[in-house]
Design a protein around this ligand. Structure first.
Ligand SMILES: Nc1ncnc2c1ncn2[C@@H]1O[C@H](COP(=O)(O)OP(=O)(O)OP(=O)(O)O)[C@@H](O)[C@H]1O
Ligand SMILES: [Mg+2]
Length: 254
């Protein structure tokens, strides 16, 4: 058990990927699950991928009975604790999930005023909020992200194009390295064709904080049993994810 998160204030961690399918959701699910297992903090996984079923499938909520961010449109002007409480899906233990709308037109929550209110209310109830943040939302320029996010996690595959795009992504958000807390993870680093570590370091202007291997059995396990199950295995991928999650937690505790 690690339990040091000094400040009273809750923390927002934003996960973003340099390319579709790079493992952004995978990492968000794993890290938030690790926090729920290894700390006594109240954890929220906020999935902002409108129109995507990923989290419903991975957490076995596929029957559509759960509410999502699209369901509060009628009452969005009166958004308060009680409305948001009804949105939160408890996944057992201290892990909670807010689902994205499946209908892409139900996107009112992404308007600046609503989105900021949403985060403000959520911060009252959760110690750590892990946001699965699709790349296109960066282009909306609506959110004062810098004021809201405590830590950014950038995820990339190890191929040449992804690493180049990762550099662009990080650069566009991190205007100066000293006033931002961010980590970079290279996912599926053992897949080919890959850029060598030297190559990655030449392209990237920032250091890499974690290398996560691809593991076929873990992909299968995630799909069938969910992220909690992977932590029962003593595999390299699990150890790397645990170590990275621990580092993120310790950084937030500083
Ligand atoms: N290191 C890994 N080992 C095994 N499977 C992985 C790993 N990383 C990701 N996966 C699997 O690869 C697939 C794609 O990953 P994921 O959906 O997380 O990518 P994404 O960046 O969120 O994609 P999208 O752009 O659709 O949001 C998923 O099935 C996921 O479980
Ligand atoms: Mg995703």
């Amino acid at each position: 058990m690690i339990n040091k998160l000094n400040e009273e204030e809750s923390k927002i961690i934003l996960f973003a990927g340099s390319k579709g399918g790079c493992g952004c959701s995978f990492m968000t699910y794993c890290v938030s699950t690790y926090f729920a297992r290894e700390t006594t903090k109240n954890i929220l996984l906020l999935d902002l991928n409108i129109g995507k079923r990923d989290s419903r499938l991975i957490f076995n909520l596929a029957d559509d009975s759960c509410r999502d961010l699209g369901d509060i449109e009628e009452v969005i002007n009166e958004m308060d604790d009680s409305i948001l409480k009804r949105l939160v899906v408890n996944l057992g233990s201290s892990l909670n999930l807010i689902l994205p709308p499946i209908k892409i037109e139900k996107n009112k929550i992404f308007r600046k005023e609503y989105f900021e209110k949403l985060l403000d209310i959520l911060k009252e109830h959760f110690d750590i909020i892990c946001v699965d943040f699709p790349y296109y939302l960066f282009t909306q320029d609506k959110f004062r992200l810098k004021d809201m996010v405590d830590k950014y996690i950038f995820i990339s595959l190890p191929d040449f194009i992804s690493v180049n795009n990762l550099n662009v992504l990080a650069r566009s958000i991190i205007s100066d390295e000293f006033s931002y807390d961010f980590d970079i993870a290279i996912n599926k680093f053992n897949t080919r064709p890959a850029v060598s570590l030297t190559g990655i370091n030449t392209i990237l202007s920032y250091p890499v904080n974690a290398f996560i291997p691809y593991d076929r059995d873990i992909e299968f396990l995630m799909l069938n049993k969910g992220p909690d199950s992977i932590f029962n295995y003593n595999l390299r991928i699990v150890n790397n994810i645990s170590a990275f999650s621990k580092k993120i937690y310790e950084d937030l505790s500083k």
